[in-house]
Design a protein around this ligand. Structure first.
Ligand code: PMV
Length: 338
């Protein structure tokens, strides 16, 4: 396969899990214990350029203009090795990646990063992967990254093998003009990375109950999305997020004996949970979900966005947070080739 010098730039958005995955059956391949459903977020993106450089002795990787820190560098090199193996090449690459949101925003960038990297690197290596193959490649970089490959609302099918754990579109972005408001309460990396959280999940006494609840939840969420039924979607999404955090709070991560459980929440997270319940009681149609971190993602429909932003404007100064508005976005795209 030819691999010299095609310089490819790809762009991908992070995604928000509406039905989360928590727990893996294969850590090396990132095969999840259950399927998950997400929506791509228009409010943030990663843009990555890859070129394979004949004769280069090592891969070079920059993130936001700085040499990648060693852990991130090794993760990218491992991913480039997967691409090289698929393409049958050994050439080293130059990778430049930019996030249009600050690293300290507390938005998980690994999904958009590995989606953009998978697309740019595979194309630069001369490969022409299908959407399914690309999602499988991205999944190996970071499980949730596979969901940033297709457009819009996406299901990560759990599968049981490398070939059957992949992401597919459920609905295109224009299917439903949802608004997703990400309230950023804490920046910086979380104390317990999600990889450790996934591993520890099985130690929770509630893990079996969590898994058992997933098939009906997935069904409810698929149907609520199809029918654009925010009330049903929102309650299912909010309860499922709470169940994930209940599992995390009752897990024992190895090597952290001082932790009785994993608490991703900050005081502002709890304040927002209460505020959202209160706003709903007063008739505002807003629901929330929380990933493995302190930030809160609010879901509403377009006509309610203004009122919700008004409420947030009154509450946030006391919590010290700020927010980012997204709509459902497209998946990973090539935006330049030279
Ligand atoms: O892809 P990872 O390993 O960062 O795991 C994602 C974990 C959650 O964001 C909490 C849930 C999800 O499905 O995205």
């Amino acid at each position: 396969m030819r691999a010299e010098g095609l310089k490819v730039t790809a762009k991908a958005h992070p995604n928000l899990a509406l039905v989360k995955y928590w727990g893996k059956v294969d850590e090396e391949l990132n095969i999840p214990a259950s399927s998950s459903i997400s929506v791509n977020l228009s409010g943030a993106a990663t843009t990555t350029t890859v070129v394979f450089v004949p004769g280069a002795e090592a891969d070079s990787v920059t993130i936001d203009g700085q040499a990648a820190p060693s852990k991130a560098y090794l993760r990218v090199v491992k991913h480039l090795d997967r691409v090289r193996q698929l393409a049958g090449i050994t050439t080293r690459a130059k990778v430049e990646s930019w996030n249009d949101f600050p690293a300290s925003a507390g938005i998980a960038s690994s999904a958009s990063a590995f989606a953009a990297l998978s697309l740019a690197a595979s194309r630069a290596a001369g490969l022409s992967l299908t959407e399914r193959e690309l999602s499988i490649l991205a999944r190996k970089g970071s499980g949730s990254a596979c969901r940033s490959i297709p457009d819009g609302f996406v299901e990560f099918v759990a599968g049981s093998t490398d070939e059957t754990a992949y992401a597919r579109q459920l609905f295109p972005p224009e299917h439903w003009d949802l608004r997703i408001i990400t309230v950023i309460l804490e920046g910086g990396p979380k104390e317990v990375p999600s990889s450790e959280g996934h591993r520890a999940a099985q130690t929770s006494p509630f893990y079996a109950a969590w898994l058992a609840a997933l098939p009906p939840t997935l069904e409810t969420v698929r149907r609520a999305l199809a029918e654009r039924d925010l009330g049903t979607l929102g309650m299912a999404v909010e309860r499922q997020a709470m169940a994930m955090h209940a599992v995390a709070m009752t897990s024992s991560p190895a090597g952290r004996e001082w932790l009785s459980g994993i608490y991703y929440w900050a005081p502002g997270t709890v304040a927002l949970i209460r505020a959202v319940q209160d706003w709903r009681r007063q008739g505002l149609r807003v629901y929330l979900t929380i990933d493995a971190g302190a930030n809160v993602h609010l879901l509403c429909e377009a006509p309610d966005q203004g009122e919700l932003e008004g409420e947030l404007g009154r509450l946030l100064p006391a919590l010290g947070g700020r927010y980012l508005v997204s709509r459902p976005a497209v998946g990973a795209r090539i935006i330049g080739e030279e």
